[in-house]
Write a protein that binds this ligand. Sequence first.
Ligand code: ADE
Length: 271
Amino acid sequence: LAPRIDVVSIFPGYLDALDLSLVGKARESGLVDIAVHDLRDVTTDRHRTVDDSPFGGGAGMVMRPDVWWSAIEATGRRPARAGATVAGASTEGVDADPREVVLLVPTPSGARLTQPDAHALAREASAGDVRYVLACGRYEGIDARVTERAAGDPTIRRVQEFSIGDYVLNGGEVAALVLLEAVVRLLPGVLGNPESIAEESFEGDGILEYPVYTRPALWEGLAVPEVLTSGNHGAVERWRRERALERTARRRPDLLPPLTVTELSRRDLAA
Ligand code: ADE
């Protein structure tokens, strides 16, 4: 059974990008089973209402817990087939997916999604005993009782609220796309050359990647660093390591480990 991911949104069109490129190919070849659903398909009123004003007052609208819960439950009642859309009455009676659910909720108030998180999700997904439900909220968010109810549900392994960065988007759809792209490319069989992962930013010891170059060797008066054309593999390795460390120190010092006591006292002795 391929890793199964259900995405629920009021703008399923945002997720059309999942048909393209690497993720699109992975879906086509059955390496991952992604289904996108319109939240409004589980509504029963004439206006297909998904939101209401916040208790306690304040600006904006909050997404209704009953609508969201119906949508989350409906994902498990559907047959596992790629590209399937929607839930609701028409799916009643279809065999339930027996896998435990991990509910993934994009929100700026979640923990920041990192490369180790992406690896952990890819590993868990390929173990085969869970499926993911990605709940994309809009407006001021989803009524907090949905994650509370989910966390107490025996069929739900975990609720994972995640943020893709310290800025506010209009909804979870783009963040869901980010998570999916980060995770799907790590699933077994998706990347042509899995070794390429090891060299990337945030891999290995979690620092940034070194700069890369290709032909022409001289372009706009700019030459490729000589060491890269030297044929000296050891020198190339050292050069790349230095550039990676230098870049990380300049751009993302937060990714570098703090000094240890040993290093600090060595400094004291040297002073
Ligand atoms: N929804 C709105 N902003 C978001 C963010 N930064 N990360 C994840 N989900 C979001």
